[in-house]
Write a protein that binds this ligand. Structure first.
Ligand SMILES: O=C(O)CCC(=O)C(=O)O
Length: 269
């Protein structure tokens, strides 16, 4: 999938692009069913929340091996609609996935992600430059009520903000505190919602501020995330590196597959 020069300029200006219904209902149903299958597995790379211990975040679905491996996610991550888009916004064809995950915000119970920049965590993985972007795919219709993602347009241009360690959430992360966030929200256009039909996707820069609220609705809100880095920006050694499922050491440049590979994966898996 080729972006126009205007779309690339818009990514540089706003820090994101949105693609309504990038994946068809059939493709999205495959990704959703695969996420449901994987969520039943007991694995170190699946984080759970609440009394019912519902899956909140599951990692490493894109690799060919490991307990959470899924041929559908592997195909999706290499699809021209995912990998080729990431190559163009990052201006580099040699990319790998720092990680791939599915965030599952259960109806009524699924909790918030505070305002943060992904590079707040990824820098600590030993990555030198913010030459990274994430492509998110809605696996359910998403609304403000169900806790859709919000992006603060243009906020990536200020670079990284000093984060604090937020351990109040089910999946703990480096977040940006209230003082900096109030200041940023006042100075930038209103946050935009990544909402709409399942299959809709957004790609956003790793310094773009984003957050999402509690799922108050009766519908689950699941989303897949493909977090790309350039091979030449791969992490340097750090003390006590995070596990491979979140800080991948598979730095082989990814190759695109046929655009219908995701649906074909169902028949071969
Ligand atoms: O899934 C969400 O609502 C937000 C997830 C997110 O921002 C993250 O995992 O970094």
């Amino acid at each position: 999938m080729e972006l126009t020069p205007e779309q690339i300029a818009q990514f540089e200006e706003d820090g994101y692009l949105i693609f309504p219904e990038l994946f068809s209902p059939e493709e999205t149903a495959v990704l959703k069913a695969e996420a449901a299958r994987v969520s039943q597995i007991d694995a170190e790379c699946i984080f759970r929340e609440g009394e019912a211990q519902l899956a909140k975040s599951m990692f490493r679905l894109h690799e060919a091996d490991g307990p959470t491996a899924s041929s559908a996610y592997r195909a999706a991550s290499r699809s021209p609609r995912v990998l080729r888009v990431a190559q163009q916004v990052l201006g580099d064809d040699a990319l790998y996935l720092h990680h791939c995950k599915v965030n599952m915000k259960a109806a009524i119970e699924g909790t918030a992600w505070p305002w943060h920049q992904d590079f707040g965590s990824w820098r600590l993985d030993g990555i030198a430059r913010p030459d990274m972007a994430t492509l998110a795919v809605l696996l359910d219709d998403a609304t403000e009520f169900s806790g859709c993602l919000h992006l603060l347009p243009g906020s990536h241009r200020e670079g990284r903000k000093d984060p604090y360690w937020d351990d109040k959430t089910a999946y703990k992360l480096w977040a940006v505190g209230p003082t900096a966030m109030k200041d940023m929200i006042k100075r930038y256009p209103d946050p935009i919602r990544v909402d709409g039909k399942a299959g809709t996707a957004a790609i956003f820069h790793c310094n773009l501020l984003h957050a999402s609220g509690h799922n108050l609705s009766a519908q689950d809100r699941w989303q897949a995330y493909f977090c790309f880095n350039t091979v030449k920006n791969r992490p340097a050694d750090v003390e006590q590196p995070r596990p491979d499922y979140v800080r991948s050491r598979n730095w082989t440049p990814m190759e695109t597959v046929a655009d219908d590979a995701l649906l074909a994966s169902v028949t071969v898996s």
